[in-house]
Design a protein. Structure first.
Length: 240
């Protein structure tokens, strides 16, 4: 009889290339549990604590920190070492007074960016799906597997489109603002050669043209799939 389900183990050689580890020192690495992010678009929480933030020197020490519920992700205590953290997730360590947002990086794919405590409960999520469900309600799905149920007659439901972003509070999921994908909006490149760059959208056609916020002479193009809206005229949250 064949095996049901995928493997619960992962070899280092088969792990995503951006994971911060030596490929040939050992054979195995912690495989993230199924969660809100795909396997190749996040990092196990244990690896972030040990290898990225360097709060522990061994997996044993990192597990002790997690089991004591000292680490929060998007406002909720997370103590499972294999829990996967992905794009725009917020990691908080209250005992140290430290808060980090996972932002894109052209070399490491994701990196933790330290943010002020005032932003520790604010997150930008990208809308990747919108459909009608039972009782004519509108369901909006975001890149981190969140679902928002809306009244079809509400202004909020009418204004949200695929490609837009929602500025929400975590863990309550209260929607603070809708950030539309339009000319004049501020977009964060989350993939590709220009990953991590933040620019103002100047033109929308087959490709979207952005003008970099740091370098006015730098312009680049991308597709909506690779752009996450983070503000209007200027970033609403810290992303660089």
């Amino acid at each position: 009889m064949g095996k049901i389900g995928g493997s619960r183990r992962l070899k280092r050689l088969a792990a995503p290339g951006y994971w911060p580890m030596a490929k040939r020192e050992k054979t195995w690495v912690a495989k993230p549990n199924p969660g809100p992010h795909p396997l190749d678009q996040g990092l196990p929480l244990l690896m972030i604590i040990r290898d990225v933030l360097e709060l522990a020197t061994t997996a044993r020490e990192a597990k002790k920190i997690l089991y004591m519920k000292k680490v929060r992700v998007d406002g909720k205590p997370r103590y499972i070492p294999r829990y996967q953290v992905g794009l725009m997730d917020i990691i908080s360590i209250p005992d140290l007074g430290k808060h980090y947002r996972m932002v894109p990086d052209p070399y490491r794919f994701l990196k933790p960016l330290e943010i002020p405590e005032s932003e520790a409960n604010i997150k930008a999520v990208k809308v990747i799906g919108k459909r009608t469900i039972k009782k004519s309600k509108i369901q909006v799905t975001t890149h981190d597997a969140r679902n928002f149920i809306m009244d079809p007659n509400s202004e909020l439901a009418k204004s949200v489109r695929v490609g837009h972003s929602l500025l929400i509070k975590v863990p309550s999921q209260e929607i603070k603002a809708v950030l539309p994908l339009e000319v004049g909006a501020v977009g964060l490149m989350d993939r590709g050669r220009m990953a991590g760059h933040v620019g103002i959208i100047k033109e929308m056609a087959e490709f979207i043209e952005l003008q970099d916020l740091d370098d006015p002479n730098l312009k680049y193009r991308g597709i909506s799939k690779n752009i996450l809206i983070v503000g209007k005229e200027k970033p609403a949250i810290k992303v660089r």
